[in-house]
Design a protein around this ligand. Structure first.
Ligand code: SAM
Ligand code: SF4
Length: 433
């Protein structure tokens, strides 16, 4: 390999997986990877625009590359992902040292660009993208991400995704099956199916297949031990999905079901398509069918119009549901979205106070729920040596909890049974039985 590439990924799992495709294309065209931006011949910044903070991080990184390019004029800089899609040519105006801009639907265009094509942008809606198979350099050897659909049609009032990743398109079931089969043949044991709203999988496919059907199909693959999926939209979570999860042992007992708010008024303004009561009924259905299931969620504080009373509804919801974990964010104004034009935007300090109140409250709940696992024996897929302690191994339970324990490196890649001795806030500690 004569040339080197460096990828900086911002944002969600979807971007992490897109970066595996970007890395795959670069490796295929004879580039090796490097951690050093000074050594790189090609730098790709794979951007996220979900919140302002992620955007700021990207701009400061891109600013830093000005000097790097000055010192190495042969360096090629590409900007990918959601900011690339939204800002397009405007990026060149402020950062003329950028060479190529491509959107999440145009990762395949990197194949042409890297061969010396002088095109500067590739941002068009790419209707065939969901049927393309791209080379991939996967990050792990045990767990793999698999895209099952692209884009989103939901237009939640706060969210940029439908504008940056386009309309919802499901990948043909056969293509997904072939990818998962090939992964298991390479030794992968666990897959996570990716989509913005996996529960609406299949809606635009010619074949009559929905998400539970896809799960059943993949479940038959020998060698595959665990199936996970993100993200589920509460409106589209069906009884059929819950009974499929209950029936199929390879489907892990964890669901990420973003509620966003406990107030019906706010849910309606957000265009989420469910009331809190409807959401809670789905949670009850899940717990009744799969009692050990772990449930996590996303919350936004300070959405326009959120009064103290609305916020208290969210607090009440958290206390009632007792999630295993939450991701909580302050509402962030995003270009093109409907929420920008709503009245009664909430003061930044109030948003921050509400966020910290929620996070504090959830810490107590998460710790309490984890404590209930003390003394239990759980199956753990061993990922390797713990990042925080060289003497321990680390892995995840079927419910996606991190477990650290003393063990032999030889167990990496194996499923072991671990007795939980101590529950901490972010991880469990145990011993092999
Ligand atoms: N498609 C998924 C869903 O509907 O749940 C998640 C998509 S988004 C990448 C992940 C989370 O970011 C959302 O669930 C939401 O809580 C948060 N988010 C999205 N837009 C936001 C905004 N403008 N401000 C704050 N948080 C936002
Ligand atoms: Fe964004 Fe809503 Fe689509 Fe999730 S479902 S990606 S929050 S528009």
């Amino acid at each position: 390999m004569t040339k080197k590439y460096h990828i900086h990924t911002f944002g969600c799992q979807m971007n992490v997986h897109d970066s595996e495709k970007i890395a795959g294309i670069l490796s295929e065209s004879d580039h090796g990877t490097t951690d050093s931006i000074e050594e790189a011949d090609v730098i790709v910044l794979n951007t996220c625009s979900i919140r302002q903070k992620a955007e700021q991080k990207f701009y400061s990184e891109l600013g830093r590359l000005r000097t790097v390019k000055k010192n190495n004029p042969n360096l090629k800089i590409a900007v990918a992902g959601c900011i690339a899609q939204q800002q397009g040519d405007a990026i060149f105006k402020k950062f003329p040292y950028v060479d190529f801009i491509f959107g999440p639907d145009n990762i395949d265009s990197l194949q042409t660009w890297i061969k010396g094509n002088t095109m500067q942008t590739s941002l068009k809606y790419n209707p065939g993208y969901h049927t393309k198979t791209l080379p991939m350099s996967r990050e792990g050897r045990l767990s793999a991400w698999v895209s099952i659909m692209y884009g989103c049609d939901n237009f939640c009032a706060y969210c940029v995704v439908p504008y940056t990743r386009g309309r919802e398109r499901s990948r043909p079931g056969r293509d997904i099956y072939d990818e998962v089969l090939s992964l298991t043949e390479q030794g992968f044991k666990e897959i996570t199916l990716l989509g913005q709203n996996v529960n609406s999988y299949g809606k635009n496919l010619p074949e009559d297949v929905d998400f539970p059907d896809l799960l059943r199909m993949l479940h038959k693959i020998e060698g595959l031990r665990r199936i996970r999926f993100v993200t589920s939209h509460p409106r589209d979570l069906s009884e059929k999905l819950v009974s499929t999860m209950k029936d199929l042992p390879k489907i892990c007992g964890h669901i990420h079901l973003p509620v966003q708010s406990g107030s019906d008024k706010i849910l309606n303004l957000m265009n989420r398509g469910y009331s809190y009561k409807e959401y809670k009924n789905k949670i009850d259905m899940l717990i009744k069918s799969i009692p050990d299931i772990a449930i996590t969620t996303d919350i936004i504080t300070g959405f326009p119009g959120e009064t103290e009373e609305d916020f208290q509804c969210t607090i009440k919801a958290l206390a009632e549901i007792e999630y295993d974990g939450i991701f909580a964010f302050k509402y962030s104004k995003r270009p093109d979205t409907k929420a920008l034009h709503l009245p009664d935007h909430v003061d930044e300090n109030v948003k921050s106070q509400r966020l910290s109140e929620i996070l504090k409250m959830q810490e107590v709940i998460t710790h309490k729920i984890n404590k209930l696992l003390e003394g239990k024996i759980l199956e753990v897929l061993v990922e390797g040596v713990s990042e925080t302690d060289d003497n321990k191994l680390t892995g995840r339970t079927r419910t996606n909890k991190i477990v650290n324990f003393y063990g032999d490196k030889i167990d990496t890649g194996n499923f072991v049974m671990i007795k939980i001795l101590e529950a901490k806030l972010h991880s469990l500690y145990g011993e092999k039985v």
